[in-house]
Ligand binder design. Structure first.
Ligand code: F6R
Length: 253
């Protein structure tokens, strides 16, 4: 695992966008897994800015949705698909057909999850999984305790995750307590994993991931046993010196 600490949120976002733009330029047909949430907003904005300045081909990208609420349809303004379309697909001009959805409104969600894993298999796996770090170390919606071999599936969300997501839904809204998530197996199998971590509120969980033992209780710690992982944090999330074993050449991805 390589830890890169950027001086602030904007620098972290810029760096992440440069890494992904570089990868897509080198492999325009790349399969990329993308998160929602607060942390990646700046990354998507920077990626769109790079694309506006110096266009790169996104017509062949394959975009895999990382997770979705169960029972929430694509047109729902609170769906992750709506979020990804607004933050990523539309600003870069990526056709909706390039998105491999996790359909929250599928009649048979378990079958939809199996179909998603099949699409991942036929894409030859994922070139880069861009990830946020959950308050409890979750990746996607793989809540603790997590099985590193878990497939894409329907999961129950912890009460704390539901409460934390409530900020997006507005007062009085019923936040779904189940979701579809790309499983740990496909996340860990991605050829690059780029984890974005920002802010003081992530400090303790990031410290646990970087310095603690690999444990199902902190799903992100499985990244330590996996190849090609870059944790890109801002100084608010990692105010300490970078541990010697995690120091990296900055431009590896
Ligand atoms: C979102 C997702 C979650 C978030 C994580 C951090 O698609 O899969 O794992 O990445 O909860 O969320 P933020 O960035 O809002 O702190």
């Amino acid at each position: 695992m390589r830890l890169i600490v950027a001086q602030d949120y904007n620098a972290m976002s810029r760096r992440a966008a440069q890494m992904v733009a570089k990868l897509v330029r080198a492999k325009p047909e790349a399969a990329i897994m993308v998160p929602t949430g607060d942390t990646p907003r700046g990354f998507y904005a920077e990626l769109a800015a790079i694309h506006r300045r110096d266009e790169f081909d996104v017509s062949r990208l394959r975009v895999f949705q990382l997770d979705e609420y169960l029972g929430v349809g694509a047109r729902d303004p609170n769906s992750f698909q709506t979020w990804i379309t607004r933050a990523f697909l539309d600003p870069l001009g990526i056709a909706a057909s390039r998105l491999v959805r996790l359909p929250g409104d599928a009649d048979d969600a378990a079958a939809a999850c199996r179909a998603y894993d099949e699409r991942m298999r036929s894409a030859g796996g994922c070139d880069i999984a861009v990830l946020g770090l959950g308050w409890n170390g979750h990746l996607g919606f793989n809540e603790p305790p997590a099985d590193p071999a878990s497939p894409t599936r329907v999961v129950a969300l912890s009460a704390e995750t539901v409460a934390s997501n409530g900020r997006y839904w507005g007062a009085g809204a019923r936040v779904p307590n189940q979701a579809l998530t790309c499983g740990m197996a496909n996340i860990l199998a991605a050829r690059h994993k780029l984890v974005l971590v920002s802010g003081e509120r992530k400090r303790e969980i990031l410290r646990r991931v970087v310095t603690g033992p690999v444990s199902p209780e902190t799903p992100a710690t499985y990244l330590k046993a996996s190849d090609q992982v870059t944790v890109l944090a801002d100084a608010a999330a990692w105010p300490w010196p970078v541990p010697e074993q995690d120091k990296v050449a900055a431009d590896r991805v």
